[in-house]
Design a protein around this ligand. Structure first.
Ligand code: PMV
Length: 317
């Protein structure tokens, strides 16, 4: 039995984070420059049922039995085995690695879950469908924060741009023209659970204000859905920047994120906003191809810790 490897991308949310938890729309795309990977190798001489887990990035090297019920990696492996209905008599090792920064809004947790679920199911000869991979990753997202929308696991498991609404069937986001994004890291880690929890508390304290902002975000994401489909980059950029202003009203920005957004807009980016849970993590800037070097320079000058760019290619739907 050969070794099996599964790789999954990271993701960025173009518009609609946080509001999406409250059934508003969001648009997200996979980012293949960063990836997570799970490789399963049979252990031919180990006793039946031995499952060894290693993840050098987080100094993990143990047996599956040593991982608690709440350990996300243990949970994905056990859920995958349960769903496959196999009490495995095989022995194998699973090695997990990822180049996706942790707690930075790039979907590292969901991506690792997808890679593990996919590798385990392929290794056991019953490869999960993208929906099954997504469902398992969603269960793990619930560990990270109680009320995930499901956008991260969906965009990563299907590895395509999505126009997402919680609880609805997958809708692909059509892309009319190539879009160049710069992704800049504040270097500040923020826990999605804490930030989502703070928004929940804010909404409980002032439902009128929060629901008003969420509704405005939903309107703007619906407009962006059309603009991106039509290849209207100017409108898309403006909507992204407006989305950042509204995210500020939800209290999830950070002075460094605001500084980077201002720097990008000051050097001709078409639009800029935080991406993901916020309070740190990454921001994104939609930029005309010719302006990429200038926007990158000003983001570095404004204190970005790391930068990379990605192109969203047009779709053919
Ligand atoms: O995992 P992050 O940081 O990309 O945040 C996920 C996006 C949120 O809308 C903040 C939460 C969710 O479940 O959709």
């Amino acid at each position: 039995m050969p070794a099996i490897t599964a790789s999954y991308p990271g993701k960025i949310i173009l518009l609609g984070e946080h509001a999406v938890v409250y059934h508003s729309h969001a648009i997200a795309i996979p980012i293949n420059q960063v990836q997570s990977k799970a490789t399963i190798t049979p252990l031919l001489t180990a006793p039946a049922g031995t499952i060894l887990v290693s993840a050098p990035n987080i100094q993990l090297d143990c047996s599956l039995d040593d991982l608690s019920e709440n350990n996300p990696i243990g949970l994905v492996i056990r859920s995958s085995l349960n769903k496959l209905g196999v009490s495995t008599s095989l022995a194998f090792s699973i090695r997990i690695s990822s180049s996706i920064p942790i707690a930075a809004g790039l979907g590292s947790g969901a991506s690792v879950s997808c890679a593990i679920a996919s590798a385990v199911s392929s290794f056991l000869g019953k490869p999960f469908t993208p929906q099954e991979v997504s469902d398992i990753a969603f269960d793990v997202e619930k560990l990270h924060h109680g009320t995930p929308s499901g956008v991260d696991n969906t965009v990563i498991a299907f590895n395509q741009p999505v126009y997402f609404q919680r609880g609805r069937d997958l809708q692909q986001q059509k892309v009319g023209k190539p879009m160049h994004f710069i992704i800049a890291d504040t270097g500040i880690q923020a826990s999605t659970a804490d930030v989502v929890g703070a928004v929940r508390e804010g909404r409980q304290a002032d439902p009128e204000k929060y629901d008003g902002v969420i509704q405005q975000i939903d309107q703007l994401v619906m407009s962006a859905h059309e603009a991106i489909s039509a290849g209207d980059l100017i409108t898309t950029g403006q909507l992204m920047t407006s989305n950042h202003t509204l995210l500020n009203k939800l209290g999830v920005s950070h002075p460094v994120l605001d500084r980077l957004v201002d720097a990008a807009l000051g050097s001709h980016a078409l639009g800029a906003k935080l991406s993901g849970a916020g309070c740190g993590g990454n921001m994104i800037a939609l930029t005309a191809a010719g302006d990429l070097p200038e926007v990158e320079r000003s983001l570095m000058a404004a204190g970005a810790k790391q930068i990379f760019s990605t192109i969203l290619e047009p779709t053919h739907v």
